[in-house]
Design a protein around this ligand. Sequence first.
Ligand SMILES: Nc1ncnc2c1ncn2[C@@H]1O[C@H](COP(=O)(O)OP(=O)(O)OP(=O)(O)O)[C@@H](O)[C@H]1O
Ligand SMILES: [Mg+2]
Length: 342
Amino acid sequence: MSTDKGKAPANGTAASLPYELPWVEKYRPKTLDDVVGNSETIERLKVVARDGNCPHIILSGLPGIGKTTSIHCLAHQLLGDAYKEGVLELNASDERGIDVVRNKVKAFAQKKVTLPPGRHKIVILDEADSMTPGAQQALRRTMEIFANTTRFALACNMSNKIIEPIQSRCAILRYAKLRDAEVLRRLLEICEMEGVKYNDDGLTALIFTAEGDMRQAINNLQSTFSGFGFVSADNVFKVCDQPHPVVVQAMIRSCLKGDVENAMEKLNELWNHGYSAVDIVVTIFRVVKTFDEIPEYTKLEYIKEIGFTHMRILEGVSTLIQLGGLMARLCKMNLKPELFKI
Ligand SMILES: Nc1ncnc2c1ncn2[C@@H]1O[C@H](COP(=O)(O)OP(=O)(O)OP(=O)(O)O)[C@@H](O)[C@H]1O
Ligand SMILES: [Mg+2]
């Protein structure tokens, strides 16, 4: 064992530690009732938790929206005190090749444990999309043979990475991105409990940057609060390091007036801050999408142009000239056609 100078003190003194648990963990929901959003899916899980007949399930959806949390809540509610013996959790950090499925999972499925009546052992395979197809193949028959004692719960970001035969054995529950109002509600609760000082623009900025990812919203809230002591839009964008939507809005406003010089000035400002072309174009898209000062028709045309530029950038042409070209086209749409006659 090393005797590191910087080592944290032993657990016994945890109460006096200056370190704080990340809020994402501190406020990880303990029961299905606390999980926000995706109400239909959560309702189904609650019915399973109550009645106990858990089918094999796959939860699939984007990161940070409550998949792992829901599975753990479900397992806790189903098994209660027997959770420790009744659950085998394997995630992407564990070795999950064919051998592990053949030995560890099978051994767990064969093990005898005392559970509440009508309940089954649960194998949680988190981040299951990272399992090799070979390992997934090895699961097929295991899932069937031990179905009377053991149920499988898989979580993944992309359900198409799960092989068809496994999908056909499971109920697939899809998690959608959380709505702004849902993220806001949770953020307000946490602000209240932690005594965070904030203003409305700050919370809007957190929701804007998180794009429906609760984990990111909570992490950014904590970083902003611990870094600046106050959650305002400016502080949030300093922490998140994304182009400031207010600058982008000003840029779009100039385009609407056909003022290319001003638009280019704002673009240069962002570029000189070191933001990449993708960052800038993605923020332009998100600002335009929700900007109510743009008439509907213009908005559609703008989004089309932004889409083309995004495509070019992803093809590798991520230069200031491309973004400048986009500005020029957005301005041109608002200038009189006569001006372009030669
Ligand atoms: N629906 C939700 N309700 C409340 N808190 C949530 C919700 N979704 C995520 N969180 C918060 O975000 C953290 C991470 O959530 P979780 O681990 O469930 O994400 P995940 O969907 O499994 O993501 P990944 O795909 O990256 O594994 C939780 O600890 C919790 O604090
Ligand atoms: Mg997870």
